[in-house]
Design a protein around this ligand. Structure first.
Ligand code: NAD
Ligand code: LMR
Length: 325
């Protein structure tokens, strides 16, 4: 067994996503079954009692890999010497509320956390932002952490990716694991673009296998885009277990590789595909050797360009709205 425990910060520890996420991390689902871990939990002062309750439950699971759990309301303490961070804490959207209404309140949270990350985290720590609006929060975090590698700050579009995989697999009559070269571009919002253009199932073209472009455009794309709202409508609360699962998938693949398959992560744009530099946009990636490589050189058709421009346009609007304050 590896000796040095990995330090993992998790914010929003008293919330509903973390009620699933923390237990999966503690079981070893991110780093694997041989890697001890320490959890450094952050939540607001008024949530500290609830976090203590979650910690009691973590203790009661007797997880062999979980060596220590600390609790704090200070981001600089939570991010001290971390190897990884799951930034989940923020205000979730409730019924009738538009996701973008939360932009300004959350910008403040991520400014403070960016500064703390800059001061306290290991330089090779990997960060995923889950709290909405996740892409713009991740951009603000990176902008406020100038000495921390920007490429190590990412936002989650994996839930959208996973949501689409299931619908595509059902329609094509294949297993989700058989699908490759699918991607979710852009923002984790209703403008996201679930793109099947290059997707394959067992090496065969998925669009050809399904053979129903109107289903793709009129059902699949809007269904994935509005899935978060549909869950809020049905549950009265935003997705939690599936969001936690996607966060684990994202970090697991980043650390352990995606077996040569494409995956979707929002990363800081290098300007490719016309996405303005520095925006955190979902793009196709392949993870290997603890790192990720963008899938480059794709030529986009008119529909893909239109869809990408729409979601990137929204990220630009969010960036500009935050800049205005
Ligand atoms: P929740 O309300 O159950 O929990 C949020 C927790 O964050 C609370 O315990 C709260 O006290 C804490 N918190 C608030 N501000 C904080 C701060 N400044 N520092 C530390 N902790 C803070 O919400 P949830 O259901 O767990 O969802 C969390 C976030 O994840 C929401 O923004 C939600 O919209 C988002 N989400 C994202 C995705 C995605 O795919 N990216 C999917 C589902 C939910
Ligand atoms: C989701 O996709 O389930 C959430 O991001 C929805 C939301 O707005 O909280």
């Amino acid at each position: 067994m590896a000796t040095e425990a990995k330090r993992i910060a998790v914010t929003g520890a008293a919330g509903q996503i973390c009620y699933s996420l923390l237990f999966s991390i503690a079981k070893g689902e991110v780093y694997g079954a041989d890697q001890p871990i320490r959890l450094q939990l952050l939540d607001l002062p008024q949530a500290q009692d609830a976090v203590r309750g979650v910690v009691m439950e973590l203790e009661d699971c007797a997880f062999p890999l979980l060596k220590d759990v600390s609790i704090t309301d200070d981001p600089a303490v939570a991010f001290k010497d971390i190897d990884a961070a799951f930034l989940v804490g923020s205000r979730p959207r409730s019924k009738g509320m538009e996701r973008r209404d939360l932009l300004t309140a959350n910008a403040e949270i991520f400014k403070v956390q960016g500064k703390a990350l800059n001061e306290a985290a290991k330089r090779d720590a990997r960060v995923i932002v889950v709290g909405n609006p996740a892409n713009t929060n991740a951009m603000i975090l990176a902008d406020n952490a100038p000495d921390f590698p920007r490429e190590n700050i990412t936002a989650m579009v994996r839930l959208d990716h996973n949501r689409a995989l299931t619908q595509l697999a059902k329609k094509a009559g294949v297993g989700v694991e058989e699908i490759d070269k699918f991607v979710v571009w852009g923002n984790h919002s209703p403008t996201m673009f679930a793109d099947w253009t290059n997707a394959t199932a067992n090496g065969k073209s998925l669009p050809e296998l399904i053979g129903d472009e109107s289903w793709y455009k009129d059902t699949l794309i809007p269904q994935v885009a509005k899935r978060g709202s549909a869950i809020i409508e049905a549950r009265g609360a935003s997705s939690a277990a599936s969001a936690a699962n996607a966060a684990i998938d994202h970090m697991h693949d980043w650390i352990n590789g995606s077996n040569g398959d494409w995956t979707s992560m929002a990363v800081s744009s290098d300007g490719s595909y016309g996405i303005p530099e520095g925006l955190m946009a979902g793009v196709p990636l392949i993870c290997a050797n603890g790192s990720y490589e963008r899938v480059t050189g794709l030529s986009l058709d008119a529909f893909q360009r239109e869809m990408l421009e729409r979601t990137v346009g929204e990220l630009v609007e969010e960036r500009d709205a935050v800049a205005k304050g």
